[in-house]
Write a protein that binds this ligand. Structure first.
Ligand code: FES
Ligand SMILES: [Fe+2]
Length: 364
């Protein structure tokens, strides 16, 4: 992965942000659903949700209902969560375990590998071939216990798409052992990109995150851009940081905070202390509203006191960020300015800007 990237400059020596209409125009979001969310790997769930035959997990990707399943023979599958008979959404529950998937409308049933099992109202109908009525497959892949789907059948593999991210993540050997402790969903009044922008820089940390700044050594905070990802890290400010996180750090599995963004809308955080992970998904609801899905994992069914302290610490930082991005969205929708500028240390936001422009095939 390259280390600090330079910040290419415009003629007046300052780099411009995305035009603000990109954060306030429903047509731009439509285009993003088509060109970004329908073409990129989208994180769906931790593998623990779909480990046993019959397990399933449903989600929405680019506005499409999808379902990930584990079949009888142990294979992972993903489909549009839509019945091939007359389009009814097949499964409502977010997660669970079923021997067979049954459509609630006319009772067609499907195996977990997507094949049609029975179509009661087509029994004996000449010319009806069950093999023509499987669920519609989509690409699915799991790596480091993280399950992703991609609606684009021609997309490059998950491994190739996020090679730098997975290489870095590989240093943590506890990912397979993690258990979901809680999932929190929050409606945020901002365009999804405003939240990503916020995550991708720490210029705001000394101003907006007093607790975070007192705990992590911001002088050493590093932001490294990789292929379809940005990896951030910082060590604890020795004594103060350990006190804030209430940690006996000598043997802790994680010695440094590690924060990942992967294109386009997922972030993962690993805080110093015992093995832990949180995933943060930013799913657009509309051009000015986003669903934040925060999932906290630890190695135990019930979080330990140390993990609770970590989560409370992270939630404080998240709340501070949500307040910032909702405040920013007010200005992004104002006519006051058409765009802003990047500082040299906002280079990861700049990279994200370029990726959005590339994906949408527009020059700013
Ligand atoms: S729509 Fe599903 S069985 Fe008819
Ligand atoms: Fe922040």
């Amino acid at each position: 992965m390259p280390s600090h990237e330079s910040n290419p400059n415009t003629e007046n020596n300052l780099t411009q942000t995305l035009p603000y209409r990109f954060y306030s125009d429903p047509e731009i979001l439509k285009s993003e659903q088509e060109k970004i969310f329908s073409k990129s790997w989208q994180y769906v769930c931790h593998e623990s949700y779909v480990r046993q035959p019959g397990d399933f997990f449903t989600a929405e990707v680019a506005g499409e209902p999808i379902v990930v399943t584990r079949s009888k023979d142990g294979e992972l599958y993903a489909f549009y969560n839509v019945c091939p008979h007359r389009a009814t959404k097949l499964i409502d529950n977010e997660a669970g375990n079923k021997k067979i998937l049954q459509c609630p409308y006319h009772g067609w049933t499907f195996h977990l590998n997507g094949e049609l099992n029975k179509a009661p109202n087509f029994k004996g109908v000449p010319g009806f071939c069950p093999a023509d009525f499987s669920l519609r497959h989509i690409q699915v892949a799991s790596k480091s216990s993280l399950v992703f789907v991609n609606l684009d059948p021609n997309a490059p593999s998950l491994e190739d798409s996020y090679d730098d991210f997975f290489t870095d993540l590989n240093q943590f050997d506890f990912l397979d052992e993690l258990k979901v402790n809680d999932v929190k969903k929050r409606t945020i009044k901002c365009n999804w990109k405003a939240f990503i922008d916020n995550f991708l820089e720490c210029d705001h940390c000394p101003i907006a995150h007093p607790g975070f700044s007192a705990t992590l050594d911001l002088d050493e905070y590093h932001i490294v851009n990789g292929n379809n990802c940005s990896v951030h890290g910082s060590e604890l400010k020795t004594k103060k940081g350990k006190e804030a996180l209430d940690l006996p750090m000598g043997s802790a599995e994680v010695q440094e905070g590690r924060f990942y963004w992967i294109w386009p809308n997922v972030m993962l955080t690993i805080y110093p202390g015992p093995g832990n992970l949180s995933t943060i998904q930013m799913i657009p609801i509309d051009h000015e509203t986003t669903l934040g899905v925060y999932t906290n994992f630890s190695k135990y069914e019930e979080p330990t006191e140390e993990r609770k302290t970590q989560v409370a610490f992270a939630e404080q930082v998240r709340n501070e960020d949500v307040e910032l991005v909702e405040r920013e969205q007010i200005g992004l929708q104002s006519r006051a300015f058409e765009h802003g500028v990047f500082s040299p240390t906002e280079h990861a936001v700049h990279k994200f800007r370029d990726m959005v422009l590339d994906a949408l095939d527009v020059s700013d």
